[in-house]
Design a protein around this ligand. Structure first.
Ligand code: NAD
Length: 453
């Protein structure tokens, strides 16, 4: 059994059967069996089933949010928002089965046409930080395109994925279309990557494990999409609305306790306004409400595990330049107070490595060119923000920063209808929006001769 721990109390909240490679094989066989029928479901009927699943998720939103908040230690207000987006994601992709259009292409001697066809069985491997949300970004487009899926949640957070499987059956999706296998990455995850009957793997997790997934998938030339780590920059120019930028920064760094691949954990601030920005930031960090995830007022909960807390602590040794430290409860729970280090040199490991916790660093810069240079000196390129009142400068910097997602005068990264994914070692492929569907289909080209023999 897997003992599922509640990070705010350190108590066991559930036990679920621990699957291994044999269970992964069985799930792949069920998915392969279900594929023929599922791809044959009329597009309008497949769309209707996805909408019914969205309805079921919405009607169970509160219990799913409670489960996710307790298991992942996230603020209940965030968990409710995430569950709302899960339902929205299924509803968005419910429009796809009837809109997976091909083309006719003018060629000599006949008619040429293209079709978007499903891949088959898709293996989905997801992390613990946004368990059901990230799963939905993969399951919904995969099913809409006519694939069946085997979903492996992280061992620490299997509960909402298991609920998804149950709700899918309740909503009328055929058996075998969604198969959830909760078990360790080294057994279940690895098996999905290597399995000859899995046609594609969509992985979200660390860059390190992602590298192994890409290498493992090469043996069977599997399609692979990867959403990996990040070390995103929040660039604050001197001409920005500093109050707004400082008010928005804490949630961009400390939302989900900083365990967010999009966390803007490097705050690049133009030299003349560093002190003013830090002053404004102090208020917003110190007033951040850190505590019981189930309290509706809470903005930040604990870290996921003791191991994660140890890792995060290692980035803040005794002589670290702590400029701001928020509060955190004592007692049981994997707590870590929101921490801002300033000033930090751009070459410091804390400015380069993904911390995945509530620790951010302030790096001063001089001028637009240096801001872009610093923003780009990382192996990652996932997300980021730019704050300035100069629209042309904002757009120049936005084009020059090597990142998949960027927001100007805003701290948000993710919308159901827009593409999300990384440059460089932050990943391969895109999720969400219409582009994700390309990663769950093959493009077939058929030529029909109308002239000659
Ligand atoms: P992780 O890489 O340790 O694990 C991710 C998943 O992979 C888990 O389900 C795990 O069990 C599985 N896994 C582990 N070893 C495996 C193997 N050998 N073969 C196949 N699967 C294996 O990551 P994590 O600690 O769960 O999550 C944190 C990381 O995820 C961070 O680096 C974060 O930036 C990244 N992340 C990225 C995005 C994004 O969209 N880019 C979103 C969220 C998290």
């Amino acid at each position: 059994m897997i003992e599922v721990i509640e990070p705010a109390t350190e108590r066991v909240m559930a036990e679920v059967p621990r699957a291994g490679a044999a269970e992964a094989d069985a799930a792949v066989a069920r998915a392969a069996e279900a594929f023929g029928a599922w791809r044959g479901v009329a597009p309008a009927d497949r769309a209707a089933l996805l909408r019914r699943l969205a309805d079921a998720l919405e009607s169970h939103l509160e219990e799913l949010a409670m489960l996710e908040a307790r298991n992942a230690g996230k603020a209940i207000s965030d968990a409710r928002g995430e569950m709302g987006m899960v339902a929205e994601t299924f509803r968005y992709y419910a429009a796809a089965p009837e809109r997976l259009l091909g083309q006719t292409i003018p060629v000599a001697g006949g008619v040429d046409m293209t079709f978007r066809e499903p891949l088959g069985v898709v293996g989905l491997i997801v992390p613990w930080n946004f368990p059901l949300l990230i799963a939905s970004w993969k399951v919904a487009p995969a099913l809409a395109a006519g694939n069946t899926v085997v979903l492996k949640p992280a061992e620490l957070t299997p509960l909402t994925a298991l609920e998804l499987e149950r709700l899918a059956l309740e909503a009328g999706l055929p058996q075998g279309v969604i198969n959830v296998v909760a078990g360790p990455g080294s057994e279940v995850g690895r098996r999905l990557v290597e399995h000859p009957d899995v046609d594609k793997v969509a992985f979200t997790g660390s860059t390190e494990v992602g590298r192994g997934v890409a290498a493992g998938a090469a043996a069977t030339i599997k399609r692979v999409t990867l959403e990996l780590g990040g070390k995103s920059a929040n660039v604050v120019f001197a001409d920005a609305d500093l109050e707004r930028a400082a008010a928005a920064a804490p949630l961009a760094m400390f939302g989900n306790a900083g365990q967010d691949c999009c966390a803007r954990s490097r705050i690049l601030v133009e030299r003349p306004v560093v002190d003013r920005f830090l002053e404004a930031l102090e208020d917003s960090v110190e007033s951040l409400r850190v505590g019981d995830p189930l309290d509706p007022e809470t903005q930040m909960g604990p870290l996921i595990s003791a191991a994660q807390r140890d890792r995060v602590s290692s980035f803040v040794p005794g002589d670290a330049p702590v400029a701001i430290r928020g509060s955190a409860p004592d007692g049981p729970g994997f707590w870590f107070a929101p921490t801002v280090l300033a000033p930090v040199s751009r070459s410091d490991p804390v400015a380069r490595e993904e911390i995945f916790g509530p620790v951010a660093c302030v790096i001063p810069f001089s001028g637009e060119r240096e801001a872009v240079e610093i923003a780009n000196e990382t192996v990652y390129g996932l997300s980021g923000s730019i704050w300035t009142r100069d629209g042309a400068k904002a757009l120049r910097a936005a084009r020059a920063i090597e990142t998949g997602v960027l927001s100007i005068n805003s701290n948000t990264s993710v919308r159901v209808a827009t593409p999300f994914g990384g440059f460089k070692q932050s990943g391969v492929g895109r999720e969400l929006g219409p582009d994700a569907l390309e990663h769950y289909t093959e493009l077939k080209n058929v030529f029909y001769a109308t002239e000659g023999g």
